[in-house]
Design a protein around this ligand. Structure first.
Ligand code: FE2
Ligand code: FE2
Ligand code: FE2
Length: 427
């Protein structure tokens, strides 16, 4: 039975970053640039291959803890390049998000201190954090509207003027690599991740399904935690989809991947602006149109991952309908497979039964009535809805438990903890 995917963890991280940066074209591949520059500095410093790989992972994900578009744009704005008021939460949020996922745990620590100023006595700050810090500042100073080579003197001047805040070894490395033009040309070239994949040579390892599940769960937090209205939604959909697939006796592998599809079905919401996600009230036509695009983006992100072609359709078709009146692909018939229909039903079941801050979830009677009406109008799968009705209490119980667990994680995530590493920011 095929339960593994031959993939490099770096490629997953790149896909995640691409999804997170979809929300604004102004983000301008910031993560990729920082990753490339960090790699070049680390290489010049002759760090080991393993250290370089962790630095590349940390760099490609370094601002993932900035959840809102406003925050993301603020921290990469050139006017903030050497501002003392740099947001000191996003690095700690990123750390908390990634630290428990083993393949990212070292990268998480690098992220925690990626705005730390150089401090000889702070032994807990890894050199990788100092490297990402310097790379981050260079990336922000690079003006994409202007030719790159002409910018070298002013960027180097700006860095040298503030040299006390950077680790001296990272500066020595930069002073070497800044002399070669190709460093600057590559930093601003688009296929920078292709360049990185080739040079860093992340081992293509067999990633087992458990690891992918943990990663999908982590990503569901990046998706859901942006809005308190839906802070546990993906966990609910994953749990309901898994339970339905088990009852319908899908194979073990299909059950595992359908749960993953549930966690990721709204990944395209990362491309939707905060104003729309957080709007407390009905969306107007324009906002609703924007919102409707999220399933397309889910498809765009997931279908690029090798081995995820099926998961991409299971996840992305959750607003498709049997009669072809869904969106955005209007799939129907055999193209709208049973497992895609199942995620669509799991999404509806979760959406109508979950409590939201502004309303209670529906009762069993009301929820089953709505589902039956949708079957009658030709929208959703009759067989799957029959399973929901027969097992309503059980499935709803599984959903509630999963969403309670997710709620606890959400609360813990926003609990203020003392050590944000902030003492290294303002000296
Ligand atoms: Fe940052
Ligand atoms: Fe950054
Ligand atoms: Fe959705």
């Amino acid at each position: 039975m095929f339960t593994e995917i031959d993939y490099s963890i770096f490629d997953f991280a790149v896909s995640l970053t691409e999804a997170v940066d979809l929300v604004s074209s102004d983000l301008n591949d910031h993560h990729k640039k920082v990753c490339y520059i960090s790699y070049m500095i680390a290489k010049e410093m002759a760090l080991t291959d393993n250290e370089i790989r962790d630095i590349a992972l940390g760099a490609i994900l370094h601002d993932i803890g900035a959840f809102t578009c406003e925050e993301k744009l603020k921290i990469i704005s050139p006017s903030m390049a050497f501002h003392d008021d740099i947001n000191n939460q996003h690095q700690y949020m990123g750390y908390k998000l990634l630290r428990d996922f083993q393949p990212f745990s070292k990268a998480a620590t690098l992220i925690k201190y990626h705005h730390a100023r150089f401090d000889k006595s702070a032994n807990e700050i890894p050199i990788g954090s100092y490297i990402i810090h310097l790379a981050d500042r260079i990336s922000i100073l690079l003006d994409k509207r202007r030719e790159v080579l002409g910018q070298i003197p002013e960027i180097m001047n700006a860095i040298e003027k503030r040299k006390a805040i950077f680790h001296p070894d990272t500066l020595d490395a930069l002073r070497q690599i800044m002399k070669v033009e190709y460093f600057w040309i590559e930093a601003c070239s688009l296929p920078v991740t292709v360049i990185l994949s080739e040079r860093i040579r992340f081992p293509r390892q067999i990633v087992d399904v458990e690891t992918i599940r943990s990663l999908a769960k982590l990503i569901s937090q990046v998706i859901d935690f942006r809005s308190r209205f839906t802070a546990t939604h993906s966990s609910g959909v994953a749990a309901v989809a898994l339970e339905l697939a088990k009852i319908l006796e899908f194979s073990e592998r299909e059950c595992k991947f359908i749960e993953i599809a549930g966690y990721l079905h709204d990944i395209g919401k990362l491309a939707i602006s905060d104003d729309i996600l957080e709007k407390n009230g009905t969306l107007n036509v324009e906002e609703f149109n924007e919102m409707r695009k999220h399933t397309y983006y889910t498809y765009a992100v997931l279908s690029k991952i090798k081995g995820f072609e099926q998961v991409a359709t299971w996840a992305a078709y959750h607003h498709e309908r049997l009669d072809g009146n869904g969106y955005p692909f209007h799939v129907k018939g055999a193209n709208f497979t049973k497992l895609s229909r199942l995620v669509a039903v799991a999404d509806i079941v979760t959406a109508i039964t979950e409590d939201r801050p502004y309303r209670r979830g529906m009762s069993a009677e009301k929820a089953t009535e709505i589902l039956s009406n949708m079957v009658t109008s030709g929208g959703i799968d009759e067989g799957i809805v029959a399973v929901v009705k027969e097992n309503f209490q059980h499935i709803n119980g599984v959903r509630i438990k999963a969403q309670q667990d997710a709620q606890q994680k959400y609360n813990a995530f926003y609990d203020s903890e003392q050590d944000c590493g902030e003492r290294y920011l303002s000296r």
